[in-house]
Design a protein around this ligand. Structure first.
Ligand SMILES: [Zn+2]
Ligand SMILES: [Zn+2]
Length: 402
């Protein structure tokens, strides 16, 4: 096959991590970004294929480190077909690097999920869309009172043989364990040793428990303010004196990062703005926490495995369990970035950074992806002025059917 010609994008505002470039141009060659600059400073080379971005935005492909499914499929369905369906769905919403995320489930269900993700990753080509950069080993090590919309039967305390085998696959790049569970320190040390971003979620942990996990390598907390401890929840656990919770621990420690589900339904705009103000765009990232109901009609779906996941309802805006509360997101990363910008008033470079460069930095792959920067993979989004995805390029190859 002859080498494809360089791509020259123009007629757009480019979104960089720290600024916008009006009337920008971007040159990609051999699957990599060669240059991005003002059009006047970056003329179209002879032989390049010109792509008119129609006066919209050129943005970096998004990364999602916390995502369960989409288009009717959950990664925990455990088949390559389900993984491909969910990956395709999120690609259409601008995600070009994805970390399929486990729920609670049996050992066999988690093994099958890892195997299906490995199969899809190994057979992957850019035209298929988002690249699987790793799995987020999220469930099953949650605190029982904070299991949320996950199937409680699939929750357990950390099992060293199980997580070592999972880490041994080399697939796990983000690893979650509630910080109050027995054995959390070994889990954190082992995950850290493998280069994972180690995180605490679905937890009622105290400051002391967080500190112990932090010393063992934990550096992140899943979906801030959702299924986590608070000063009042710890007062119920321990009485007085009232104790610092996950919330205070994250806000107090610069090294700790966290994430928000910025669909505007899980958290009000002032909390999105507050999280950005307190942690800054280098320590706060956006996640969809999306389930299988993304791009599906309103109705009743299973969260997690198709066989025995908990039932929830989607109204097309969010997942919920009547009488219990919310049950994760049903919109893509394009909506997260747009709402962080429009609802919470965060600048566009910061909002896009939190959906791209920040998760890339936290997972150790920012040298390859996460921003429109010379040398990185040409994972490029063409967005309209409303930030809706128009065309998606992965390593300089357009993904069809977006
Ligand atoms: Zn969760
Ligand atoms: Zn989740």
């Amino acid at each position: 096959m002859p080498f494809p010609p360089p791509l020259y994008f123009s007629n757009a505002t480019a979104i960089l991590p720290d600024r916008l470039i009006e009337d920008a141009a971007l040159l990609a060659e051999g699957g990599r970004i060669k240059a991005v600059d003002a059009r006047a400073a970056l003329p179209c080379p002879a032989g390049a294929e010109r792509i008119d971005a129609g006066g919209g935005y050129l943005g970096p492909g998004y990364l999602d480190i916390h995502v369960h499914g989409g288009a009717g499929a959950d990664f925990m369905d455990g088949t390559a077909e389900a993984v491909r369906a969910a990956v395709g769905c999120h690609t259409r919403h601008g995600t070009t690097t994805i970390f399929p995320t486990t729920t609670t489930g049996s050992r066999e269900q988690i093994r099958a999920m890892l195997e299906a993700c490995r199969e899809v990753r190994d057979g992957w080509a850019p035209a298929q869309g988002a690249r699987i950069a790793g799995v987020h080993f999220y469930g099953p090590y949650f605190a029982a009172p904070k299991v949320g919309c996950h199937n409680p039967a699939g929750r357990r305390d950390p099992d060293s043989a199980e997580y070592r085998a999972a880490f041994e696959t080399g697939l796990v790049k983000v690893a979650t364990c509630a910080a109050e569970l027995p054995g959390v320190e070994d889990f954190c040390r082992e995950a850290r040793k493998r280069g994972c971003l180690v995180t605490c979620g679905h937890s009622d942990a105290s400051w002391t428990e967080m500190k112990r996990a932090f010393d063992a390598g934990m550096r992140h907390v899943d979906h801030f303010w959702c299924a986590m401890s608070s000063v009042p929840s710890l007062r119920e656990r321990f009485g007085t004196p009232m104790q610092g919770s996950m919330e205070q621990f994250v806000l107090r420690h610069e090294e700790m990062s966290t994430e928000v589900i910025a669909d505007g339904i899980h958290l009000a705009p002032e909390l999105l703005e507050y999280a950005h103000f307190m942690k800054g765009p280098q320590r706060l990232l956006l996640v969809t926490d999306a389930n299988r109901a993304v791009d599906m009609p309103p109705g009743r779906y299973r969260f997690g495995p198709a066989s025995d996941g908990e039932w929830f309802e989607s109204d097309g805006k969010v997942g919920f369990q009547p009488g219990h509360g919310l049950a994760s997101g049903v919109v893509g990363m394009d909506a997260m970035v747009a709402r962080m910008h429009r609802l919470a008033g965060v600048s566009l470079p910061d909002a896009a950074r939190m959906g791209s460069l920040t998760p890339a930095e936290r997972t150790g792959i920012a040298g390859e992806v996460g921003s429109l920067e010379a040398g990185k993979r040409a994972d490029v989004l063409m967005l309209d002025r409303e930030l809706a995805v128009r065309r998606v390029f992965v390593e300089g190859v357009e993904v069809p059917g977006v």
